[in-house]
Write a new protein. Structure first.
Length: 191
């Protein structure tokens, strides 16, 4: 995240939403500050698009719905408003208000990271995401190499991490009981 204004004025969540809903470009919000989001590379877009398409096909008529990066997620516990690359809701969707553009209860979130966002996606942002009670699984996909980091919430509320770097591996998306071939996610991506 990078601040949109050097003076860093403080905004209320309502002011942020009002500005964001009229804005031409997406921004995140955290503890009163608004942060402009940078654009994504081709690799990033292909990877997140492939995963979205795969999940959309697999989840038809199963009570779960995937969303792409245009659906905002809010975490009331820590004030974050953000745009995950992929989010999935199982069951009834809960939104901040009647605009239906800010989700409160994702079950699964995936971020595709670049070198500049890798530490944030696996560290600070994941720490903030863990405050979402409905979140059961979090994936981080690399846009510069074949790499998937998978975090699954355990019954004791700890998170179990596993990782694969083999494009021919298949990974279980445990929360949704779906086998995901990495070569499907990384289709048309070369490193």
């Amino acid at each position: 995240m990078s601040a949109t204004n050097q003076k860093n004025p403080k905004y209320t969540p309502q002011e942020y939403l009002e500005l964001e809903r009229k804005a031409e470009h997406k921004s995140e919000y955290f503890k009163g500050e608004i942060f402009a989001m940078s654009g994504a590379t081709r690799q990033h877009n292909v990877i997140s698009g492939n995963l979205y398409a795969f999940l959309h096909q697999k989840l038809k008529s199963k009570g779960s719905r995937p969303y792409g990066s245009d659906l905002r997620v809010h975490i009331p516990h820590n004030s974050l408003y953000t745009y995950p690359d992929i989010s999935v809701v199982c069951g009834k969707e809960e939104f901040v208000d009647a605009q239906f553009d800010t989700l409160l209860n994702p079950t699964f979130i995936c971020e595709v990271h670049s070198p500049s966002t890798a530490d944030y996606d696996t560290g600070g942002k994941f720490t903030l995401y863990r405050s979402i009670e409905s979140l059961k699984e979090y994936w981080v996909l690399s846009s510069i190499e074949y790499r998937l980091q998978k975090f699954v919430r355990q019954p004791n509320n700890n998170w179990l991490m596993s990782e694969t770097v083999q494009v021919n591996d298949t990974v279980l998306l445990e929360t949704l009981s779906i086998e995901v071939p990495l070569k499907e996610i990384y289709l048309d991506v070369a490193f």
